[in-house]
Design a protein around this ligand. Structure first.
Ligand code: ADP
Length: 190
């Protein structure tokens, strides 16, 4: 099993790269952002709750997010591995993921961070907002809030896996293929 955490700030290209990784390595892509948007689209109670946080650029509470992630993993046991995209985003989520994988006698193989500077992120997200239909990409103050939340709550996740010698940072600036090559180089060592 390869259990990869694709890490990085909002707009760092995780979704784009995940799609290419699925093709090359046959892993199951689990994006908590996509799962929330699916629930929101279906107007489920979970979706309605998540929307109130997402629209502000805040994180959805850990217990909600962890429960949803656990359901998705447990519904798909027979895979070659997982790409976790947008999860874990807090230290308690990291601990929950480790516990969930340990129950399957498995573990996180590696966290790879796509490193992209703030101003590039704001530019990319505003551009994405023109076509993505995502309300959280349209408003610069919501985008800046997401970046701040990333710095405050999410960067500790990097340190958590770095302390286990499982974290790698790669340059997230460049062409899609170029960045994919950098990622593949890391994954091919696993
Ligand atoms: P981006 O990669 O642009 O940050 P995502 O699609 O990953 O966007 O997530 C969109 C929003 O969904 C986040 O801003 C947050 O409100 C919520 N969300 C996604 N994943 C998590 C998570 N692991 N914990 C809490 N909230 C989350």
């Amino acid at each position: 099993m390869i259990n990869l955490i694709l890490f990085g700030p909002p707009g760092s290209g995780k979704g784009t790269q995940a799609a290419k990784l699925v093709e090359k390595y046959g892993l199951l892509h689990i994006s908590t952002g996509d799962l929330f948007r699916y629930e929101i689209g279906n107007k489920t109670p979970l979706g309605l709750e998540a929307k109130s946080y997402i629209d502000k650029g805040a994180l959805v509470p850990d217990e909600v997010t962890i429960g949803m992630l656990r359901n998705k993993v447990e519904a798909n046991p027979d895979v070659q591995g997982y790409i976790f995209d947008g999860f874990p985003r807090t230290t308690p989520q990291s601990e929950a993921l480790d516990k969930l994988l340990a129950e399957k006698e498995d573990t996180v193989s590696r966290l790879v961070m796509l490193s992209v500077p703030d101003e590039e992120i704001v530019k990319r997200l505003l551009l994405r907002g023109e076509t993505s239909g995502r309300a959280d990409d349209k408003n610069e103050s919501v985008i800046r809030n997401r970046i701040q939340v990333y710095k405050d709550n999410t960067t500790p996740v990097y340190d958590y896996y770095d302390a286990k010698s499982k974290a790698t940072s790669i340059d997230g600036i460049g062409g899609i293929e170029e960045i994919f090559e950098r990622l593949a180089t890391v994954i091919d060592t696993l």
